[in-house]
Design a protein around this ligand. Sequence first.
Ligand SMILES: [Zn+2]
Length: 219
Amino acid sequence: MFIGHIGAGLALKRIAPQLNLGWLMLSSFLLDILLWCFVLFGIESVIIPANYEQLRYLTFIFPYSHGLLAVAAWAFLSYVLVNAGTKMKRFALAMSLGVISHWVLDLLIHPPEIPLFFSGSPMLGLSLWNNLAVESILEVVLLGAGLMLYYGATAATTFTGRYGMLISLSIISILAIGGQWLGPPPENGLQIASSSLGSLALLLLLSFTLDRTRTAKLL
Ligand SMILES: [Zn+2]
C-alpha cells in the first residue's frame, strides 16, 4: 500500500489544519521509513517471493517497525516528541494517529506476517493483497476520501494550490498502481529500500511544498 497511506496523511489535515501536510505525511509513512532504514542496516528484511510475478507483493520480517508493540511505542514517542516540540496537543494527536493509521491499513493488506510483539509471537494480517483488484480499489477510495477532507480543510491561495495536489497525486497513483500490477520483480532488498526511501523523500518534499500553496480554513 502506498497511495492509501497518502490518503490517511491528507485526511489528518482535518484534525490539524495548521500543521504542514509534510509532517502529517511523515507520520503516516513513519513505519515504512523506519522499515527501509532497518533493511539498509540489516536489522529487518524484505523477501522477494519466487512467484512474485503471480503474487505481485513482497513479504517482510519487520518486528521493530511494524510489530504491534513496537508501533504502540512509535505512536507514543511521536505524541511525546511533537507535543514537546510544538506545545500543540492537536498536532501531537494527529501525528500519533498517522502512525496508528499506517498499522491498521497494513493489517488489512499484509499476509499474516505482522508480529504482535517480536519474532516468534503470533502473526497478524488479513491478506487483502491476495485480491489485488479489491486492494487497488480500496487504495483509490482512501486517496479520494483523503483528498476531499484535505480540500475541505484548506483553501487555495494560488493556481498551483488549486490543482497541484490533484494532478501530482493522480500521477503518483498511476505510477504506484501500475508498478504493483505490471512492474518487474525488484532485484534485492537494498535496491528496494533505497528506491523506496527516495520515493518517500520526494513525496515529503512535494507535500511540504504544495501545502504552502493552500491555507488552513477555520473549522
Ligand atoms: Zn508499512
